[in-house]
Design a protein around this ligand. Structure first.
Ligand SMILES: [Zn+2]
Length: 248
């Protein structure tokens, strides 16, 4: 277990974890989630997830730290945390799931049929780590996430990854809070990715945290800071969104 947070706090957070019936991986491993209600009426509904890529261990460390912290906080926002989206990949140490599919290319984005496999061939040269799957939402892990989106109805999504060392945002124009270790950028998104599926197709902003180097293993106070920044951006992004809607 990486990270320095108290084991007892983590055990308590894990005891509060729940599971949807049928929310399991291709190899039938359960996909757990953790809920915590917010106290602020202006608070937003934030869905945070990690280890959609099974070989990005530090992302899971951050999600566990957030669960543990939420368990003892009274947060502004209402949170759902899914710490391990791809448990089979985690077990095998692979980015993809047990069927060799990149779950973050398997969401049913508009024009998936026309674009996903074609882009995989032309842009990634058929990189097996980025295989989008035989068809959209072909994978249990993808369908479980869709079930969560449908059930929880998030206003904002935080997807935790490694190792690019940036904060990548798909959403309306906002003033980003300063976070020195990870600069803000907009990388754009791919067919089948969660960023494209939720922001472009469903108007829900997505913050992708790409951890780098030692950040993700031992800087607990930075994990707290990252969580607070995510909560602030969730509120700002939704304000920016409703302002632009009112103008139309
Ligand atoms: Zn990743």
């Amino acid at each position: 277990m990486a990270g320095k947070f108290a084991e007892t706090d983590l055990v308590e957070a894990c005891q509060a974890a729940a599971i949807f019936s049928g929310c399991a991986s291709e190899q039938q491993r359960p996909i757990f989630h953790f809920d915590k209600s917010g106290s602020d009426p202006k608070g937003k509904r934030i869905l945070a997830l990690s280890l959609i890529h099974g070989d990005e261990l530090p992302s899971g460390t951050v999600a566990r730290a957030w669960m543990t912290r939420l368990n003892r906080l009274s947060p502004r926002n209402t949170w759902r945390v899914i710490p391990v989206v791809n448990p089979d990949g985690l077990k095998k140490g692979t980015r993809t799931n047990s069927r060799g599919v990149d779950v973050n290319r398997n969401f049913p984005t508009k024009a998936w049929d026309d674009e996903a496999l074609q882009k995989w061939k032309s842009v990634t040269n058929e990189d097996p780590r980025r295989y989008p799957g035989p068809h959209a939402a072909s994978e249990s892990e993808t369908r479980c996430m869709m079930k969560h989106i449908d059930d929880f109805k998030p206003d904002f999504i935080v997807s935790i990854h490694t190792p690019l060392g940036v904060l990548d945002f798909d959403g309306p124009k906002v003033d980003f809070p300063q976070f020195k270790p990870l600069p803000w950028i907009s990388l754009g998104n791919f067919p089948g990715s969660l960023g494209r599926y939720m922001w472009k197709d469903h108007n829900v902003p997505v913050l992708t945290i790409e951890l780098k180097g030692p950040l993700g293993v031992r800087h607990l106070e930075q994990f707290d800071q990252l969580q607070d920044i995510s909560g602030t951006v969730a509120i700002q992004a939704n304000e920016a969104k409703s302002k632009s809607t009112n103008k139309d």
